[in-house]
Design a protein around this ligand. Sequence first.
Ligand SMILES: Cc1cc2nc3c(=O)[nH]c(=O)nc-3n(C[C@H](O)[C@H](O)[C@H](O)COP(=O)(O)OP(=O)(O)OC[C@H]3O[C@@H](n4cnc5c(N)ncnc54)[C@H](O)[C@@H]3O)c2cc1C
Ligand SMILES: *[C@@H]1O[C@H](CO)[C@@H](O)[C@H](O)[C@H]1NC(C)=O
Ligand SMILES: *[C@@H]1O[C@H](CO)[C@@H](O)[C@H](O)[C@H]1NC(C)=O
Ligand SMILES: *[C@@H]1O[C@H](CO)[C@@H](O)[C@H](O)[C@H]1NC(C)=O
Ligand SMILES: *[C@@H]1O[C@H](CO)[C@@H](O)[C@H](O)[C@H]1NC(C)=O
Ligand SMILES: *[C@@H]1O[C@H](CO)[C@@H](O)[C@H](O)[C@H]1NC(C)=O
Ligand SMILES: *[C@@H]1O[C@H](CO)[C@@H](O)[C@H](O)[C@H]1NC(C)=O
Ligand SMILES: *[C@@H]1O[C@H](CO)[C@@H](O)[C@H](O)[C@H]1NC(C)=O
Length: 533
Amino acid sequence: MASPLLLFVLLPLLAPSLTFSLPLPLQSAFQQCLNNNSKNPVPFSKTLFSPAANSSVFTSVLSNPAQNLRYLLPSVPKPLLIFRPLRISHVQAAVICAGKLGFHFRVRSGGHDYEGLSYAAETESPFLILDLSRFRKVDVDIASNTTWVQAGATVGEAYYRIAQKSPTHGFPAGLCTSLGIGGHITGGAYGSMMRKYGLGVDNVVDARIIDANGNLLNRRKMGEDVFWAIRGGAGGSFGVIVAWKLKLVTVPKTVTVFNVPRTLEQNATKLLYKWQQIAPLLNDELFIRVLILATPIANSTKRTVTTTYNALFLGNSNRLLNIMGSKFPELGLTKKDCVETSWIKSILFIAGIPATVAPEFLLQGKSFAAAGFFKAKSDFVREPIPEKAIEGIWRRFLKEDFPLSIWNPFGGEMGRISESATPFPHRKGTLFMIQWLTASLDGNVSSARHMDWIRELYRYMAPYVSKSPRTAYVNYRDLDLGVNKKGNASFSEANVWGRRYFKNNFGRLVKIKAKFDPQNLFRHEQSIPAVRA
Ligand SMILES: Cc1cc2nc3c(=O)[nH]c(=O)nc-3n(C[C@H](O)[C@H](O)[C@H](O)COP(=O)(O)OP(=O)(O)OC[C@H]3O[C@@H](n4cnc5c(N)ncnc54)[C@H](O)[C@@H]3O)c2cc1C
Ligand SMILES: *[C@@H]1O[C@H](CO)[C@@H](O)[C@H](O)[C@H]1NC(C)=O
Ligand SMILES: *[C@@H]1O[C@H](CO)[C@@H](O)[C@H](O)[C@H]1NC(C)=O
Ligand SMILES: *[C@@H]1O[C@H](CO)[C@@H](O)[C@H](O)[C@H]1NC(C)=O
Ligand SMILES: *[C@@H]1O[C@H](CO)[C@@H](O)[C@H](O)[C@H]1NC(C)=O
Ligand SMILES: *[C@@H]1O[C@H](CO)[C@@H](O)[C@H](O)[C@H]1NC(C)=O
Ligand SMILES: *[C@@H]1O[C@H](CO)[C@@H](O)[C@H](O)[C@H]1NC(C)=O
Ligand SMILES: *[C@@H]1O[C@H](CO)[C@@H](O)[C@H](O)[C@H]1NC(C)=O
């Protein structure tokens, strides 16, 4: 609890005329400080939300973009304030004032953090949310094949604006259209074109970041070390990303997509075994991921497991059918399964948005599905998982209410980029990435039954996935892997989880952090610690 005591100490500095009266509430101190430090006036009625003074609007601003409802449960501490600035100078002032007042804050762009780190701070009190959702400009420049995208824009908005300017340009980032580009890119950003073009971070050419002193820096000013660190070292550790400059990639006018479901009764196990061997080796233009769910069987009380092959091919259906006929005939893909469409419509298809929904939906910047309560984990796989082991996954799935797993193929360009080119190290030799997830319709997903289920599944998989370290994707943040107390840790403590996300890149991230943010202003449960590596 920093508040009352800290304010008494700070008060003489903040408001000399008030030292004899009650402590200046943190909100007033923050407002005064913003006024003093912002180049442009701050209209508080449009930017500041407190649970006491503006309760209903506060609740909607807090929860609107939040994707994991587990971190909105009443038992989870709420922010003292939400500040939703309108201008860059407001963001700079907020960072300066958080430093001056010792006010902990979390940065939020799209609110998709798996452990709610952008809107819940369970070990820091009080805290503020710095919400960037008003920064959504997307400036596409086809002549230079680049676009600046502000942090609060969703990837869907960026994709739409690119497609609006050109049917043959695109960007290789996430599949879920409501991801905030601000947080998403910081952790890597994989998607349906990663086998052809790599990750989002592999296609960033510049950035604007606000450092702990409130300075706005571009790539030249922040330097190559910091520019390296923010492209994969994950959000909330180095500064506030205000915008990314992305390098556009070429997409064909016509692409092909398909969804082919196969149940256990339709040889799902054998197919998945085969998929592991071919999906990472296919043409770079072909991305086939697998969505795995426990599903009801018609007219039966039993359930089955459905594996759905969800794919994008950067070409037409005839070429696709040729490739599938020679590489994966067992799937039985037919012309009827194939949908030829534009790249922008393929984005909606892959995201599971019905074809009746027009691409303009993306401009709403919200997710198509409702947010849920969930807990997830991730793995990287380097050798095919034997059929017997896959059967063990099915047995576990059939016992859980809403289990989900998504298997994303690597290979192609992913294997040609070195492990140290960016902090994201899961490159050559990775066959695919697995996401494990359990969800519930209510807060019960936090209960022992579901948490034990996913942790037991994770233990069960240990022999079949990457080892020493068993690696994980930082954008699928998992606090089971370890946490910093108050955002701080020694190198050896943090290295336990750090090397699992970043392998040997973790040491370099820690060195850069110690230099760029030595006071550890930007911190959370799994931020890069400001200590000596
Ligand atoms: C439904 C769903 C689908 C997903 N699909 C994919 C996918 O296809 N591919 C993929 O790679 N990932 C995917 N993810 C993971 C996603 O990339 C991460 O959750 C990502 O961090 C989300 O960014 P955000 O801005 O929406 O989240 P936020 O919750 O706003 O932020 C995430 C983290 O970054 C920090 N942060 C946010 N904005 C900034 C900023 N401007 N500057 C500095 N730090 C910041 C936050 O403090 C937090 O720690 C998915 C997540 C969900 C919930
Ligand atoms: C803001 O500036 C005024 C006038 O200079 C000063 O009295 C006050 O202490 C400052 N407040 C904060 C919180 O910085
Ligand atoms: C929230 O309440 C504070 C304090 O009464 C007020 O200054 C601010 O304008 C309100 N904000 C909104 C968005 O209504
Ligand atoms: C932009 O990309 C196209 C291919 O899509 C290429 O022909 C052109 O030379 C590129 N322009 C610049 C300035 O790089
Ligand atoms: C399952 O695979 C076997 C061969 O391994 C094949 O004979 C059978 O027809 C397949 N069943 C289905 C439903 O595809
Ligand atoms: C399920 O039962 C309904 C009604 O009894 C029937 O019409 C339908 O064909 C059955 N479906 C299957 C897959 O057996
Ligand atoms: C969730 O848990 C509560 C008690 O903890 C219980 O009353 C409720 O029925 C549970 N809901 C479901 C859907 O299991
Ligand atoms: C973090 O911990 C180290 C020792 O592990 C300590 O030297 C340092 O002061 C701490 N930093 C903060 C910000 O608490």
